[in-house]
Write a protein that binds this ligand. Sequence first.
Ligand SMILES: Cc1cc2nc3c(=O)[nH]c(=O)nc-3n(C[C@H](O)[C@H](O)[C@H](O)COP(=O)(O)OP(=O)(O)OC[C@H]3O[C@@H](n4cnc5c(N)ncnc54)[C@H](O)[C@@H]3O)c2cc1C
Length: 376
Amino acid sequence: MPTRRTARGAARTLLPRDHDVLVCGASFAGLAVARELAGSGARVLVVDRYEIGERQTSACGIPTEWLRAMGLMAAHRQTFGRLVIHTPYVAARLELPWTFSTFDYPELCSRLWEQSDAAFETATVRGRTGRVVHTDRGDLSAPLIVDALGWRRVLGCGYQPPDAPLSRGLEVHPWGAGAELEIWIDRRYVPAGYGWSFPARDEVRVGVGSFDPRFHVKDTTVLLAEDLDRAAVRYQGNWIPHRLRDATEDGVFFVGDSAGHCLPLTAEGIRTAFYFGIACGRELRAVVEGRRTAAEALVRYHDFSAAHGWKFRSMLYAQRLIPRVPPRLLSRALVAMQWRRFVDWSFGHYLRIAPPEFAAGGPPRIPLRPAARAAA
Ligand SMILES: Cc1cc2nc3c(=O)[nH]c(=O)nc-3n(C[C@H](O)[C@H](O)[C@H](O)COP(=O)(O)OP(=O)(O)OC[C@H]3O[C@@H](n4cnc5c(N)ncnc54)[C@H](O)[C@@H]3O)c2cc1C
């Protein structure tokens, strides 16, 4: 179990209230928003129920170029130029046109935080009434409010599993090394979804994700770990939204999983949390700098996110289709997919849904507070 560093009891005093931007959630999406506001002069408060980087929320795999573009290579752990897809009949080896990397979650969060000049407080967000956000440390309000709290969408209309478009993901983190980035499309592990093994230098993240929220993945996560001769230890899991939602509601900006920004089919939600977090941060910055009104920023950010709708719908369509393809036919298709030009074309399109070049521009990316690393 991770050690809890979050303040408790008497240490949980009332929060300071005087802010221009309130960012709720300090993981990928919330930290990307705060980073984009650095140097704008805005008084930004970020709140999370845990300290920054305290609770890992994913297997932490991302296209390497995104790590580089965000200035986060210090958190890098391992790089892969190939994806191995196992079915009961074949192991297809796809040579990727770009590389994928795993990273260390606390290190990445701490490095992201270094690039912002926001204030941070631990607080559990309980809900919202109009412009007032309720937390266990008192009520907060700000002219600009961001929900980066993950799939629960606490500041808007939430989802209730299992009757919601949510996938279920669980993984274990045994110590050890591995050379390949691997996934399994195999009904032994999950009827609709996939299993994975993501090595990260000295640990391997082995898990199972189910597109059907009613399918429990605990037993088959253990089964996959056993099949790989890995220990089923250090669990981490969560719900994963697989449908894009409105990125604004009732004057609030939603970013990352709270807006359904995680990609269907692959459940890749880190680079999209960065991508839409940057887009949201740029709009907020324009408001703070007097170049736009808050109402204009809401419309622009909403429309930017919605313009990606057809890409998310295409991925959702594939997510629904693939589990219906008979395994032998799917295996044959995967063998055909190893053709280099097809891999380049399909993975090129996939990366362009949220391309790393988007992170370029904006304020200078120098660490603004080196001391924050020790504290985070
Ligand atoms: C097992 C698993 C493995 C995954 N692997 C990958 C992967 O390898 N690559 C990838 O791209 N995606 C992966 N994903 C998806 C990815 O984790 C999410 O899409 C991503 O974390 C979304 O980022 P976010 O910042 O929107 O939300 P989150 O990362 O979920 O962060 C939400 C933050 O809000 C805080 N919070 C929540 N509720 C409250 C509250 N009430 N009050 C205060 N704070 C609160 C949390 O503490 C957290 O810090 C995986 C998901 C799972 C479940």
